[in-house]
Design a protein around this ligand. Structure first.
Ligand code: UFG
Length: 324
């Protein structure tokens, strides 16, 4: 089976590409390398450098490659940036996504796995979050992902497309030499670890006045390897029915708890400052992953400490990130 992976040079896309290749799938990666890294693409996958904004290029790739399925990772992912520049989010995550859906429709690619996000839920009334809870995004990033989920529903109703929407909670860790290298880096775990490696970068906690036990935001962290495994299960399970699953570990950790785990794993006392809240952040996000556990038999195998240990090892080996 051949799988087209958009954004396969990025953090999560590269790990999924690696797992797909190892499981015997033929993989074609499409990435514009704006945020991805050439050296993150497993050599046995084919890399096509193209932009999803270029509908004609996309058509050519899909017509030539004739993939059996698409895994769509390419997109913008930062809550705060989306508050400042919502247009970028609606263009990349919605308009470019429509190009991809149209190419799939034209060339009859009927299996689609989509990287969605916990941010579609907005500020939850209760946690853990189940898939049936209303989508009510609190920022343009979450809104752009929700709109694409709705587009998938509409394209599926109009034709033969079958999709699996995977709503990621907070992904962390590294796998098989593939780690997190966003530029600029905004995510919690790499930010903490980079402040250890670069003493000039002081780590900041964004807000300690949230309605949580220690005042810092609570998130549900999932290891990138566990997340990637779920994609392979989803691909195998995709048949007549469309699927929607949360992907989290079902445990919430505050920013301070993650920070304490980082100090434990690195064996260092890490400096920090308290900074104002970051626009767009919600106080608590914790998943119920019962649906994917019961329907697909998926279980997270790795803990927050594993994520920090693997990320720490990767950052020490790649203090400046990927070479390219
Ligand atoms: N944080 C800090 N200091 C930092 C970086 C982050 O205190 O330097 C805090 C944030 O304010 C937030 C928490 O750490 O409370 C997690 O922040 P991240 O930036 O690591 O992740 P987000 O929760 O904002 O978003 C991530 C992904 C989204 C996904 C979401 C789902 O980037 O794509 O998780 O929960 F939608």
């Amino acid at each position: 089976m051949k799988v087209l992976v958009t954004g396969g040079a990025g953090y999560i896309g590269s790990v999924c590409t690696r797992l797909l290749v190892d499981a015997g799938y033929e993989v074609v990666v499409i990435d514009n390398l704006a945020h991805g890294h050439r050296s993150a693409v497993t050599p046995s996958a084919r890399l096509v450098i193209a932009d999803l904004g270029d509908a004609a290029a996309l058509d050519r790739v899909i017509m030539q490659e004739k993939p059996d399925a698409v895994m769509h990772f390419a997109g913008r992912i930062e809550v705060e940036e989306s508050m400042r520049q919502p247009d970028l989010y609606f263009y990349t995550n919605v308009a470019c996504g429509i190009n991809l859906l149209n190419s799939c429709l034209r060339y009859r690619v009927n299996r689609f796995i989509f990287s969605s996000t916990a941010a579609v839920y907005g500020v939850p009334e209760t946690v853990p979050l189940t898939e049936e809870m209303p989508r009510n995004p609190a920022n343009p990033y979450g809104a752009s992902k929700m709109i694409f989920e709705q587009l998938l529903e509409a394209y599926s109703r109009a034709g033969n497309l079958r999709y699996c929407t995977l709503r990621y909670f907070n992904v962390a860790g590294a796998y098989a030499g593939l780690g997190e290298d966003h530029r600029p880096e905004t995510h919690l775990i790499p930010r903490i670890l980079r402040s250890v490696l670069n003493p000039g970068e002081t780590f900041r906690i964004y807000g300690e006045d949230y309605p949580t036990p220690d005042g810092t935001c609570i998130r549900d962290y999932i290891h990138v390897y566990d997340l990637a495994r779920a994609h392979l299960l989803a691909l195998q399970a995709l048949g007549e029915r469309n699927l929607v699953y949360n992907l989290g570990s079902e445990r919430g950790y505050s920013v301070r708890e993650v920070f304490a785990t980082a100090e434990k794993v690195t064996g260092r006392e890490i400096k920090y400052e308290i900074a104002p809240r970051r626009p767009g952040d919600v106080p608590v996000l914790v998943a119920s992953a019962r649906k994917i556990r019961t329907e697909l038999g998926w279980q997270p195998q790795l803990t927050l400490e594993d994520m920090l240990r693997d990320a720490w090892e990767w950052h020490q080996k790649h203090p400046r990130g990927y070479p390219d």
